[in-house]
Structure formats: C-alpha cells, structure tokens
Design a protein. Structure first.
Length: 367
C-alpha cells in the first residue's frame, strides 16, 4: 500500500523507501527499440510478462506491436486476462485437475495457448476441454538444451505433436523452446554460438513435424539475450523476450543497447565506519541469485552483502564523505523478474517526478 502522503507530482526525493522506480522514458525507449527490430525483421514479438507482472506495461507492449503476451504461470495469465488482454501464452506446463479446470475456464474468456511436454498431460487437457466444449490451443515444448522441461527432439517431440494434432479438443499451434542456459552468457561469441545451436534444434523439430503433413503455425523461442539471433532464423516465427522492457544488472552487462528503466530507491540508514554504507533495502526488497545490485551512478560503491532488511555497501577508494543518514541512492537489481515479485507497486517517474503508481497485479501469482 502506498504512503498516503505520496501523490502524483511529488519529487523522487519525497518518495518513501525502499521502493521500485520505473523511468518511463527508458521504458518507452526499450519497448520501441524492440518493437522496431521485430517490425524490420518481419517476425512476431510475444513479450514475457513475468519480467514486470504489470498489465500497464503489457498494454504498452501490445500498443507498440506485440501480437500477444507470454506468462509463466496460470495465475499470471488470469490477471492479464482480467485486465482485458486477449492473446496469452502460458509458456510452462499446467498440470493437476484444479489448475486444468482453471485453464479451461480461462480459455472461455480469452485466446489462451499452453505449453505441453507430456502425452498424459495432453490427454487430460483434451478431455477437460471436451467436457466444457472448448478447443484449447497448445504448443509442444521442446528441450533444445536447457534440460529443464520439454520433449526431446526427434520421436518424442514428433509423436506428441501428432497426438495433439489428432486430439478432438486440442488445436495444435506449433512448438516452443527455451535456450535459457545461454541467453545471459557475457561472452558474446559463446552466447551467440550457443543460441544458434539451440535454435537450429528447434527449427529441425519443426521440419520433422511438417514432414508428417502437420502444420506448424508457431515456432516460438526466447529471450532478451539472443532476440536478434532468433529473428535470423527463417523457421522461428515469434520470440518471448521479457527483460528488455525494464532491464536489470545481469542483462545490462550484455550491452544489448537497452536502457536501465528499473531501479530501487533506498535510504542510507547507518554509517558504521567511513568505508561502510548501510541502506534500508535488503533481501526483502532485492533478490541476489543473479548477483548483488549495482549502485546507480556510484562506481565508488559496491554492494557486497544483503541481509533481510539491509544493503551492505563498501567503498572502493577509501572513506566515503558525501553520504549521511537519510541520503538516497539507487540500486539496479541483479535480477528484475524476481525482485519485482517482492513488491506491490511500481512508482513511475518522468523527469524525476512521480507521474503514476502501477500495481504489480500478478506478483505472487505462483499458482
């Protein structure tokens, strides 16, 4: 819940901390940069909303030309559908009777697509859709190297596609794959070569399925780190990139040309020594699995640890003399997707003034 003293038009320095900020100019730039790339490449962009979980941003992406959005969870998809978004891909498997019942109900409200990688799961979804008179769209997820989910290339993937194509209450739309183990490699050559190997596997599976006389309308890949490689493949039809909109420190290291739109405003709350700066943002405000946050515009400071309520900074070059209790600094989160899931709202700034507060409506919707 926002502070009642916070209102549209106040300065950034008047916003209580810790709080997630969005630089609207940078966000608009990033959305247009990606949309322009896909227009020129004549490919479809289906942005992944798990990176922001916010209907306002999803609608900005759709207005810029995205054909639909991607969600990680059924609960996220329900939020986006409730916000009026019609074309939604759930890029993970939906398993279990309760969730499948919700999936079928959602298919009555919007144009939903779901990932499948198991024949039994496909049969259960087919039967549930039939009971409700729904034709449910599916993509077969293919394991193209990430070794998480997905049918193996070859017989496993093609037989599942054949099953989907023959199912009475399923519309087989195509295939998808996620090359998540290579998309954030900092070495450009390793990232690009790794992505090409994975994407070729996906395109080869498409050819295998089409050789059976089955149409593959969608061949969907991911992510921000290799979007420009994906669009070079004739067989890829769409990309699920998500982090490009807001960015974070991990993707920032790849120097992809997008601007950092997301930051976390935090206040100095202790100065135990001249070399230490302690702030009021810790693990309850930031996630460190992709590295500690970067201190924005302060290369002289490094975050070396996060405790529950505190960010612990050290100076690189001797005593810090210009920060006192109550002063504000900003963090660039190491991982934006999971950091956003910790917060209720995004505080939207233009020219250092608050212009809007967006509810992160899909945060916590992990079921």
């Amino acid at each position: 819940m926002s502070n009642p003293t916070e209102h549209i038009g106040i300065k950034k320095s008047e916003i209580d901390t810790p709080v997630l900020l969005v630089d609207i100019d940078a966000l608009e730039y990033n959305i247009e940069k990606m949309a322009d790339h896909f227009r020129k490449a004549n490919k479809n962009l289906r942005p992944h909303s798990k990176s922001h979980k916010t209907p306002e941003i999803a609608k900005m992406q759709l207005t810029a030309g995205a054909i639909g959005i991607t969600c990680a969870k059924l609960g996220e998809a329900e939020v986006m559908a409730e916000a009026g978004i019609q074309d939604i891909l759930i890029a993970n498997e939906v398993v279990g009777a309760r969730k499948i019942s919700r999936l079928v109900a959602l298919a009555k409200k919007c144009n939903i697509i779901v990932a499948v990688d198991n024949p039994n799961n496909l049969s259960i979804i087919d039967a549930a859709a039939g009971l409700e008179g729904v034709k449910l769209r599916v993509l077969i997820e293919v394991n193209i190297g990430h070794n998480r989910c997905g049918a193996a290339p070859g017989e496993q993937a093609t037989s599942l596609a054949k099953q989907a194509d023959e199912a009475k209450n399923i519309r087989f739309d195509g295939i998808m794959g996620y090359e998540g183990h290579v998309v954030d490699l900092e070495n450009v050559t390793e990232r690009e070569e790794g992505a090409r190997v994975c994407l070729q596997r996906l395109v080869d599976v498409r050819s295998d399925i089409e050789s059976l006389g089955i149409n593959v309308d969608i061949c969907s890949s991911s992510a921000t780190g290799d979007y420009y490689i994906s669009t070079q493949f004739d067989g890829i039809t769409e990309v699920q990139a998500g982090s490009y909109a807001l960015m974070d420190a991990a993707y920032g290291r790849l120097e992809l040309g997008f601007k950092q739109a997301l930051s976390l405003l935090t206040m100095v709350c202790s100065r135990p020594t001249p070399e230490q700066v302690i702030t009021d943002a810790g693990l309850k405000s930031l996630t460190p699995e992709h590295g500690f946050p970067i201190v924005k515009n302060r290369p002289d400071l490094v975050c070396h640890a996060l405790s529950e309520e505190h960010g612990r900074l050290l100076t690189k070059n001797g005593p810090c003399t210009d920060l006192s209790l109550g002063d504000l600094i900003e963090f660039i989160p190491g991982h934006g997707c999971t950091t956003i899931n910790l917060h209720d709202n995004l505080y939207v700034l233009r020219d250092e003034k608050l212009i809007d507060i967006w509810r992160i409506a899909a945060r916590g919707r992990v079921r």
